[in-house]
Design a binder for this molecule. Structure first.
Ligand code: ZN
Ligand code: MN
Length: 475
């Protein structure tokens, strides 16, 4: 059920998305993949901000950012300009971040656009390209750590910042927005959102027209909802402090704590980055990006409804995770049972993943196995419950389902079922029964008939003993 609109609450999000598909950082040739590297080895004079070094724009990053902007229906600037956002912090060796700005002559990559939720349109304010600062590592908690370590490997990787208008009115909507955005980014192939810190979110919230409070350090979509719920309650009870404030989400304690009085925008002394010329975004580049645009989640959802007759809700859930939608389509390519397979993926597989807090992309189940199980159920070889059990087993172990399992689970070893089959065969083959009563060897023929009637699934030993017992009764 969707939470009701809370008209007292205004929530806006600022999402930073790491363009993980790029080979290099935004302004230098250092690899964009900074994961699992010795600290401070993935660096050069440019991303360390050494004097005399000059940034050179990675044009591939512009293309990826442009794809995001176009996917969200934003107005792309004909010319974009980089600005310096000045502040001092250990994670920022130049003392400024090369970013973009939408005021005092600044031209971000794009403005406007929207993301549609089920019953809400969330407007996008702007989309900009900027470099990521370094990573600061604390010992334990930020407030008690005796020192801070800085790892510059991440410094200078390309980020796309997406800022929404404060259109969201409930914490739950904020989470739905992020899920939708993630699905779009996954379909565009520009961001592997599962990687640590690949998708980061700050949330702004004001209650009953009070001052805006910004919450930082929110690690997961679930935490976005939790942190915002906490803030709604806190601000409704106490009112927001006078003046803007930045708060930190402590996910261990489940509370927000005051970090500092929020900087006003003028504190950043934004001015143009003179080392980078304005970048002209040509009509050709836009046309090229639009032509290469993959199918996006909403279009894919509508196609699922039309092409596979799925209920709206099922199509929406499947397409909100690219890997799940891919698994669905690959499975029904092998065996077309869309409703059954959609149902299994949503209730069994996604249910399991949610319980374990795992992402669908971590699944190692083969589409061939999903198809084979669905076929086996449709053909009556195994029952629905067995199919689901095997599916879950394959999903949890990551192992292929061996063919002999189908054979084994499909054996009918249940005596009552076999008795019923034997009764039927006896009724339909009076002559064979008479023969067997006279000649013990003719029993094999009866066994054969029962096996045939069951499609070879009855256990031969039990079948024989049932037949022998029945013949004894008759004689
Ligand atoms: Zn570098
Ligand atoms: Mn930013």
């Amino acid at each position: 059920m969707d939470a009701k609109e809370d008209l007292d609450v205004k929530i806006g999000l600022e999402v930073h998305c790491h363009l993980t598909s790029l080979k290099t950082k935004l302004f230098c040739r250092c690899p964009a993949d900074y994961y699992n590297k010795e600290p401070n080895t993935n660096i050069c004079p440019v991303c360390m901000g050494l004097p005399g070094s000059l940034p050179v724009l990675n044009e591939q990053a512009v293309k990826h950012a442009l794809a995001i902007a176009l996917a969200l229906g934003s107005r792309v600037s004909q010319k974009m300009v980089f600005y310096r956002k000045n502040y001092f912090y250990p994670d920022l060796p130049k003392n400024f971040q090369i970013s973009q700005y939408d005021k005092v002559g600044g031209l971000p990559l794009a403005t406007g656009g929207q993301i549609r939720l089920k019953d809400k349109v969330v407007r996008i304010r702007r989309i900009q390209l900027e470099e990521d600062p370094a990573k600061i590592v604390y010992e334990g908690s930020i407030s008690t750590s005796p020192y801070a370590l800085v790892d510059y490997n991440r410094s200078g990787v390309a980020l796309v910042e997406i800022v929404t208008e404060p259109d969201l009115t409930t914490p739950k909507q904020a989470r739905q927005f992020l899920q939708k955005l993630r699905a779009i980014l996954e379909h565009l192939g520009v961001c592997n959102c599962d990687l640590e810190a690949a998708l980061r979110c700050d949330a702004n919230i004001s209650v009953r027209g009070g001052y805006r409070v910004e919450i930082k350090n929110i690690g997961s979509f679930k935490d976005v909802e939790k942190a915002l719920s906490f803030e709604v309650t806190r601000q409704k009870m106490l009112g927001a402090k006078r003046g803007m404030e930045t708060r930190h989400w402590d996910d261990v304690r489940g509370v927000t704590i005051s970090l500092r009085v929020k900087e006003e925008e003028q504190d950043y002394r934004y001015f143009p980055e003179a080392d980078l010329p304005p970048y002209i975004i040509t009509e050709d580049l836009i046309a090229e990006t639009l032509a290469a645009m993959p199918e996006l989640p909403d279009a894919r959802r509508d196609r699922f409804i039309k092409q596979y007759n799925l209920p709206h809700q099922a199509a929406e859930i499947l397409t909100s995770h690219k890997s799940l939608a891919d698994l669905f389509e690959k499975s029904i390519e092998k065996y077309r049972s869309p409703l059954r397979i959609a149902n299994w993926l949503i209730s069994d597989i996604l249910g399991y993943l949610n319980r374990k807090d795992l992402d669908p992309s971590t699944l190692k189940i083969a589409p061939e196995d999903i198809a084979a199980l669905a076929r086996a159920v449709d053909e009556g070889l195994i029952n629905e419950q067995t199919g689901r059990n095997l599916l879950l087993k394959a999903a949890t172990t990551g192992k292929r389902i061996e063919q002999k399992i189908f054979a084994e689970v499909s054996k009918i070893g249940d005596e009552a079922t076999i008795k019923a089959l034997v009764d039927r065969v006896f009724k339909e083959n009076e002559k064979a029964v008479k023969d067997a009563l006279k000649n013990e060897k003719a029993i094999n023929y009866l066994i054969g008939l029962v096996m045939k009637a069951s499609g070879g699934k009855t256990d031969p030993h039990i079948t024989r003993s049932v037949i022998v017992a029945k013949l004894k009764q008759l004689s």
